[in-house]
Design a protein. Structure first.
Length: 404
């Protein structure tokens, strides 16, 4: 009964109540000497705490990892390591061994026919695939996870998988499909009165608006989402809403407002040290580098772009790696350091080689065209200008006229 109560609260977004249920369940299992039940309760507890108390989430994760050392020859081992790897990457940064642990958790659950765990780990693995810019693989995994979750009536895994699926579709440039997926997710979130997921899906819709140059609509949606995020007290959601709001302000050339948004997130990051979702740092550094460049503050812009480059290079996130090199190229162009600009453009184009990363491709190619025109390489400039326009046309074509 405690487990079912906790899972129901989890599906409805009542994270504090879910955490109480799973804490009581873990204590009871420990008193009864039921090691595997205690570990499973702690795994559920870490999921609830990830929304409200990240320090405690990682502390609980360390507890179930320690417990699992006494469990041998059991699929629970792979489940534990997969959960631990996910939390570590989400909050502290990517590591190959952590990605491998989650991949093994997927394989173990599939072999055991454990569809509930398979759905959860597939959804989480899609996040890893996004980090290394394999957006097609991320979307395939998230789609399978969502289908399994629907069959199992598992609202939590369904909502998680739809979120990462939409993230992958945005970066892949399949925007009409992204809108369809977000509509499904919003319907499920609202049916379960899960306000946290509702706000997150609304933010992904706002992000799509921002990428499609509808900056005023994006600004309005982000302002509303930020107000809701403050009420429910979700650090990730508040930070994402502020970053996307800052990007919308930049699109409208409202630089002071953009900087206020970015600064608030940066201050929170410093205050909370490393426990802000790692992937949000990519968006923050990108936004700040663009802001400082627009202000003509090249040293600050270079610092933020270099931070973005280094962060994206670790997992091989090609969209943001290419965007970092593009910003560095634009800084060099502004300072008439054309040799350096050519090097950065070459690195940006190399990052896109063999990747499907249209959000970066059209921007990088536009910068390359500008540079090559300036140095007299007119044929190359024309080629990159055409490539930029074609990529933008594909992105626009992924939306119907009613969605534009």
């Amino acid at each position: 009964m405690l487990e079912q109560s906790g899972l129901t609260r989890l599906a409805m977004g009542e994270m504090a109540g879910a955490a109480d249920d799973f804490t009581t369940l873990a204590d009871y299992a420990r008193d009864q000497g039921r090691l595997e039940d205690e570990a499973q309760a702690l795994i559920h507890l870490s999921t609830a705490l990830s929304w409200v108390d990240r320090e405690r989430c990682l502390a609980v994760a360390e507890r179930f990892v320690t417990l699992s050392r006494d469990i041998t020859g059991n699929p629970l081992q792979a489940h534990v390591r997969g959960n631990w790897g996910y939390w570590r990457v989400l909050f502290l940064g990517r590591g190959d061994e952590r990605a491998e642990a989650l991949t093994n958790a997927v394989a173990t659950a599939r072999q055991a026919g454990d569809r509930e765990r398979l759905s959860l780990h597939l959804a989480r693995l899609s996040f890893f695939e996004c980090l290394r810019s394999d957006y097609p693989a991320a979307c395939r995994g998230a789609e399978e996870a969502a289908q399994l979750a629907l069959e199992l009536s598992d609202a939590h895994s369904f909502l998680l998988s739809q979120y990462y699926l939409a993230w992958g579709l945005l970066h892949l440039g399949q925007w009409s499909e992204m809108r369809r997926i977000l509509s499904q997710g919003l319907e499920m979130a609202e049916r379960n009165e899960h306000h946290r997921w509702t706000v997150l899906y609304q933010l992904e819709l706002a992000w799509l608006r921002e990428q499609a140059f509808d900056f005023e609509a994006a600004r309005e949606m982000c302002e509303q989402a930020h107000e809701q995020a403050r009420k429910i007290g979700r650090p990730y959601t508040e930070s994402l809403s502020l970053i996307l709001l800052g990007l919308a302000h930049l699109g409208l050339d409202e630089r002071e407002a953009a900087f206020r948004c970015f600064s608030e997130v940066a201050e929170r990051l410093e205050r909370e040290r490393s426990l802000m979702d790692w992937i949000l740092r990519l968006l923050l550094h990108d936004g700040l580098s663009r802001y400082w460049l627009a202000q003509g503050e090249f040293a600050q812009a270079r610092r933020e772009a270099a931070a973005l480059r280094d962060l994206a290079a670790s997992p091989g996130e090609r969209t943001y790696l290419a965007l970092a090199h593009r910003t560095l190229a634009e800084i060099a162009i502004a300072n008439q350091q054309l040799d350096e600009a050519e090097n950065e453009v070459s690195l940006a184009l190399a990052a896109l080689e063999g990747a499907e990363a249209p959000l970066a491709e059209w921007r990088v190619c536009a910068t390359a065209a500008q540079l090559y025109e300036q140095v007299g390489r007119t044929d190359e400039a024309a080629d990159h200008r055409r490539r930029s326009a074609e990529t933008l046309s594909r992105l626009a074509g992924s939306l119907s006229e009613e969605e534009l």
